[in-house]
Structure formats: C-alpha cells, structure tokens
Design a protein around this ligand. Structure first.
Ligand code: TXA
Ligand code: MG
Length: 328
C-alpha cells in the first residue's frame, strides 16, 4: 500500500480551490466544507481513490456514497428523475437534500461508490466553497462526511483533522458548516420515502411534494434501506442519556432552551444547543457540542428534551444513534 499522506491544510482562495481540483484529479482525498457538514471528497469515477477513501474512513464498503454535482443538469447525467424528484430538486437544490434515484445508463459513478446498487444518491450542495471545488474539478465528487466511520460528523476543519490527520491529502478550511447536520435523504423510486431526516425538515419536503412522505421499509432484502443508517452511529465514547429531567453530580449536560433542568449547577460541564430554543441553531451546534462534552471526562452526557418538529426530527435521530453507539 502507499505510505500515509501528510495532510495539508489550506484556506479557500483561488489557489486553494485549484489545489483541491488537482489533488482530486490525481486520485487524492480532499476534505471540504458543505452547508451541512464537512465532506471527504474523491473523484466519483476513480475506483482506486474511492478504495482509499473507504480505507481512510474505516468505512464498510457496502455503505454507498453520495455523488455531489454543481446543478440539476449535471445530476441528470447520473440519474433518472420522476415528477416527484424533479419537484424536490427544483424546491431544494442547491441545498441540504440528497435524492436516491435510479442510475442513468452510462452513469460515471464507480460501482464501488454505489456499493453495486442500481440506484445512486445525488446532491447539489449550496456552500460556495463546495460549489467552487465542483466547478474547478468539472466532474462529480463522491463525499461522505469527513469523519472516521462511526464518529460524529465534522462541522469544522479542526474536527476533520482530529479524525483524519495523516490519512487524507488535503483539508480546505472554510470555517464552520452552517446547517450542522447532514442532508435529508429522500428516495424517489416510486412513492417518495424519507431514508434519513436531515437539513431539510420533513414538513418542507411534504409541502413541496404536495403529499406526505411514505414510511421507509425497515429493511430491504435483509439490508438497511439507507445502508449507512446503522443503529450504532455517531458514537461518542461517553454514555448518553436522553430526555432527562435532572442532572447528577459529575454528569455533563447538553441543554436546550432558556430553562436549565434541575441540578444543572452540579453538572461537570454544561453546553446549550440553543439558549433561545431555536432548532436551526441547535442543529448547527449539535456535533461540535457532542464532541466537546465527550472530551470533558464526565461519567455520562445527559441531554434535555429537544422538540421533534422541523429540524428536531433529525436532531433527535442523531441523538438516539449517539446513545446506542456509545460504549457503556
Ligand atoms: O450532508 C451530507 O449528506 C454529507 C455531506 C458531506 O454532503 N454527506 C453525508 O454522507 O452525510 P454519508 O456518506 O456520511 O451519508 C450518506 C448516506 C449513507 O447513510 C448511505 O448509506 C446513504 O447515504 N446512501 C448513499 N447511497 C445510497 C443509495 N443508493 N441508496 C440508499 N442509501 C444510500
Ligand atoms: Mg456520515
């Protein structure tokens, strides 16, 4: 195997964007900001680069990747859009929505990236830096979240470095990812189905469709419907307890809203997802706060209830995965 690369860290000026495009063209791995979380990019058509990507993340190879493109026209070279998919693309692209669609004949995305499925996940990111890199590279980029498999997703270049230093070639530092939670994934293979709640709330998706989303089958042919939605995911090392009404001494508190829960003054550490109770702000802070509290050396992280409406569905989904993934 090739020696592990030294990881370069660059800003977002024109030279950095050029360097990112060159690196991708040479089969390299480049982490870059999107509006949701940082992605770890590779040339979507390059099997060797994608194999390195799976290795760098420690990701099971059956877990397929999202192909990122500049716009809807580029997406249509990869996948077939039915009327619902076209509606969703028009409503939310560029933005935090991924569509799982039938592969178009001649789709250039490598088999390794789609895990041998006859469908492909496609997304048009809104973040200017992601758009600039896609435009400079000129071809689809596959990009999972830029974390070691099973860790919480990175919302800053520092998070990426902490997980992947020495395992990838380049990080483009574009500051904090503004949405802070991964894209919503909708499969349009018949009745539109929400495979992963994320940056576009369910209510907004249903409004654009003009009808409710179908419930996802729990399993398809014995495999998870969105294969990456493994129950144990986003795992901090510290055990988590959710929807708490009180804090014991030595526990770290992940709070939400203006009124702290009983015993908060005894907590080892307190971080508030949104002191004013705003779910958009809470989503943006979620992964960074989980990482910070995980490093606080507390016996347990306890989490106040977060409402389940709007972005709250995705926030609660990630919290439950973090709880199940934590080693007891
Ligand atoms: O916001 C995001 O979506 C970020 C940024 C970087 O774009 N990316 C991201 O990628 O979250 P990743 O690899 O961490 O999650 C992609 C999810 C996985 O759960 C994977 O199983 C699912 O998408 N997926 C990919 N292709 C699929 C397909 N053809 N059918 C069903 N699920 C698919
Ligand atoms: Mg991920």
């Amino acid at each position: 195997m090739t020696a592990p690369p030294a990881t370069r860290l660059l800003g977002t000026d024109a030279a950095a964007i050029e360097a990112a495009a060159h690196c991708l063209a040479a089969g390299g791995l480049v982490a870059f900001p999107t509006e949701t979380v940082y992605g770890l990019g590779a040339d979507a058509a390059d099997d060797r680069a994608i194999a390195r990507l799976y290795e760098a993340k420690g990701r099971p190879a059956f877990n397929p990747l999202i192909a990122h493109v500049t716009d809807g026209a580029a997406a249509r070279a990869l996948a077939r859009f039915d009327a619902d998919a076209a509606r969703l693309a028009a409503a939310f692209w560029p933005g935090p929505l991924t569509l799982v669609l039938p592969k178009e004949a001649g789709c250039p995305v490598a088999e390794l990236a789609t895990a041998g499925l006859d469908t492909v996940a496609v997304r048009v990111p809104r973040h200017a830096v992601a758009q600039n890199i896609l435009a400079a590279f000129g071809k689809p980029i596959v990009a999972p979240s830029a974390n070691r498999s099973g860790h919480v997703s990175p919302t800053s270049a520092a998070h990426v470095l902490a997980d992947l230093r020495g395992r990838i070639d380049l990080i483009i530092d574009g500051g904090t990812a503004p949405v802070g939670i991964e894209s919503s994934i909708v499969a349009c293979l018949g009745e539109p189905t929400l495979l992963r709640p994320g940056g576009v709330p369910r209510e907004a998706i249903e409004r654009a469709l003009g009808h409710p989303l179908a419930e996802p089958p729990r399993v398809v042919d014995g495999a998870p419907a969105a294969p990456g939605m493994l129950a144990a995911h986003y795992a901090p090392r510290t055990p988590l307890r959710l929807d708490v009404a009180g804090v014991a001494p030595g526990e770290a508190l992940l709070a939400f809203g203006p009124e702290l829960t009983a015993g908060a003054d005894q907590a080892a550490r307190v971080l508030n997802l949104s002191p004013r109770g705003d779910l958009v702000e809470a989503a943006a802070n979620l992964f960074a706060h989980l990482r910070s509290l995980d490093g606080a050396g507390a016996a347990r992280i306890v989490v106040m209830p977060v409402p389940r409406s709007g972005l709250g569905e995705a926030i609660n989904d990630r919290l439950q995965r973090a709880r199940r993934g934590a080693t007891p």
